[in-house]
Design a protein around this ligand. Structure first.
Ligand code: PLP
Length: 437
């Protein structure tokens, strides 16, 4: 379940003074102890990587794919059929629509956006021509808080960014549709539809339907960038089911405006997985043509290794259950610590994701930077405040992303103690300052 916990209860002045004194004492103790912990990037822990070590040697000299392709040789820009099926299984879409690429879905996202910007996809005009004609850059809608590297893709290509709020159901679709109606230069939207980075929300059926209809409102050349990085990363039984975007888009004739992405980065080995993209036939063909300028073919040996390790739904599900058994205790530790330290205090609200890699915490306005600074002083590195907003600017300075998967469980617990104390200290100091005559 994704949800926030906040309480309006605010301690009185005496309570705040006590909280500040106690938090200052604990903070000084943490500083003295010389900790060096890290809750920043969402990386799999070593034991998670170990689960996929059978990749090594799995081919046992048999390099032939099911269609007879020698995976060691050049060619095959769309990828091996059995690996495209794996991508289709993860993305919940037809393998014919899927391209299996190299080790990073982020690279595919960048390359697709760059292709649309510089060259145009299919019949659509290049976005840079539209921008030149209008005398201002094209714009992407960025649901916030969101994934910093999506924003960096836009920034690096000179694409402007306009934020829209994320709710527990996904992006606020009233705001999305209003923006598209108002500005003809909006050419795309970033989405992380399941266990969103960082809030962990799963887009509702209604949001998915409205997203499928969006290209009809936005006009030719518009792209819904559907980054389903956490599609199979459920932590609990009976996980939420994400509605079928491609099916809905197909019914409306919008498949070419949908670009779905996923990878095995957080399924097998993060640095040597397989990235996937799925779209309509025309967009896929245009992208394939562009890729042909960049390479002769992807690493099909690695694709074959992945297809052999995860040959069907059953293997994929069993593998992800083993992953969840390692990740779940860390998320439980974060929730337990937040609830114990900040529950019913009104000092913060946070999400309780059922999957993915992150927990999103909102402090009181204007405190995130100070909390991150205090935690760092006490030896705990946190993702910089603002990182979940375009250009690193959180207008309310309140969102902090916690990534608990990588450190050992005991380190997660210790880091959370420091984090909670930093929230208490920053908030007590600020409230007392505001209250003083
Ligand atoms: N998309 C999201 C939402 C992510 O959180 C991440 C990694 O943290 C990625 C993409 C990176 O994917 P890949 O390793 O396939 O490039």
């Amino acid at each position: 379940m994704t949800g926030s916990t906040a309480s309006p209860d605010q301690p009185d002045r005496a309570g705040l003074e006590r909280l500040r004194t106690e938090a200052e004492t604990r903070h000084a103790g943490f500083v003295e102890s010389g900790m060096a912990l890290d809750l920043t990037r969402g990386k799999p822990a070593t034991e998670q990587l170990d689960l996929a070590d059978a990749l090594d040697g799995i081919l046992d000299g048999d390099y032939r794919a099911e269609d007879g392709t020698d995976s060691r040789n050049y060619g095959g820009l769309l990828g091996l059929p059995e690996c495209r099926r794996l991508g289709g299984r993860i993305l919940g879409t037809d393998p014919e629509r899927v391209l299996a690429g190299g080790n990073s879905s982020l690279t595919l996202m960048y390359q697709l956006v760059e292709t649309a910007h510089l060259f145009g996809l299919g019949d659509a005009r290049p976005w840079r021509d539209e921008a030149a004609e209008a005398g201002r850059p094209v714009t992407f809608l960025c649901p916030v808080p969101g994934y910093d590297r999506h924003f960096t893709v836009c920034e690096s290509l000179g694409i402007a960014m306009r934020t829209v709020p994320v709710t527990d159901e996904g992006p606020d679709m009233d705001a999305v549709e209003a923006a598209v109606a108002e500005d003809p230069l909006i050419r795309g939207i970033w989405c992380v539809p399941k266990y969103s980075n960082p809030t962990g929300c799963v887009y509702s059926e209604e949001v998915v339907q409205r997203m499928a209809a969006l290209p009809g409102r936005a006009g030719p050349g518009f792209l819904v960038l559907w980054d389903n990085a956490y599609a199979v990363h459920d932590l609990r039984d009976d996980p939420p089911v994400l509605a079928d975007l491609m099916g809905a888009a197909d019914a409306l004739g919008h498949a070419d405006s949908i670009a779905m992405f996923a990878s095995t980065s957080k399924i097998t080995h993060a640095g040597s997985g397989v990235g996937f993209m799925a779209s309509g036939a025309e967009t896929l063909a245009a992208f394939q043509q562009r890729l042909g300028t960049l390479m002769i073919g992807p690493d099909k040996v690695n694709q074959l290794r992945h297809a052999r390790l995860l040959p069907d739904d059953e293997h994929l599900r069993a593998h992800m259950r083993r992953q969840a058994d390692l990740v779940r205790p860390r998320f439980d530790a974060v929730e337990e610590a937040l609830q114990q330290g900040l529950g019913n205090t009104g000092l913060a609200s946070w999400t309780r994701p059922d999957g993915g890699y992150f927990v999103s915490v909102d402090t009181r306005p204007g405190l995130a930077t100070e909390v991150v600074r205090l935690a760092s002083e006490a030896g705990v590195k946190l993702t910089p405040a603002g990182a979940t907003f375009p250009l690193g600017e959180d207008p309310e300075d309140r969102n902090i992303r916690l990534a608990p998967t990588f450190p050992p469980l005991e380190d997660v617990r210790r880091a959370m103690e420091v984090f909670i104390n930093a929230v208490q200290l920053a908030t007590a100091r600020r409230l007392l300052q505001e209250e003083s005559p």
